[in-house]
Design a protein around this ligand. Structure first.
Ligand SMILES: [Zn+2]
Length: 167
């Protein structure tokens, strides 16, 4: 890999826009929790300290997010109870994805901070998504486009039903 030095970019990179300090009133994850109907926001589960929701821009069918209820931006800001609940929800989501989609593998992860790839850096969230061998297909490689065969409505119904069946 080649390195291109660009010291003039330092001010920009360390600059004044702090994407992680937006307020909870402007946060889509805080807003989603206020909506009463789960189907309207594709909420799978509402827990005491965290909730589970479908990603509106899924990488694959079944792409979920596990999100602490409170507006925090880093894992160390979760209290002990929330940490336990989030991990339990991640594991349940894994079980549900295996049941519904029978994937070859599963990605679990979090992007902490905009620089790490977080789309909504101000409210931390864990991604969990099913993967299949060679699911990075021709369209992804050539057209930078992903093909998502199943609608969010159908994914929500299938995942929600499985979630409620599993203790
Ligand atoms: Zn928030």
């Amino acid at each position: 890999m080649e390195t291109m030095w660009a010291p003039w970019r330092g001010d920009y990179i360390t600059g004044t826009v702090d994407h992680e300090k937006t307020k909870s009133e402007e946060c889509v994850f805080c807003e989603a929790q206020k909506v009463q109907a789960d189907r309207d926001r594709y909420i799978i589960h509402r827990g005491k300290n965290a909730f589970v929701i479908l990603n509106l821009y899924p990488y694959n069918n079944g792409h979920m997010m596990i999100i602490p209820n409170c507006h925090i931006c880093r894992p160390e800001m979760m209290d002990a109870e929330t940490r336990c609940e989030v991990m339990d929800l991640i594991i349940k989501a894994e079980v549900v994805l295996n049941k519904v989609y029978k994937p070859h593998g599963i990605n679990i992860g979090a992007n902490i901070g905009a620089a790490a790839g977080a789309g909504i850096a101000q409210h931390m969230h864990f991604h969990i998504l099913p993967r299949w061998n060679a699911d990075v297909n021709f369209m992804t490689a050539v057209a930078n486009t992903r093909v998502i065969p199943e609608s969010l409505e159908i994914s929500w119904t299938k995942i929600r039903d499985a979630w409620n069946e599993i203790p």
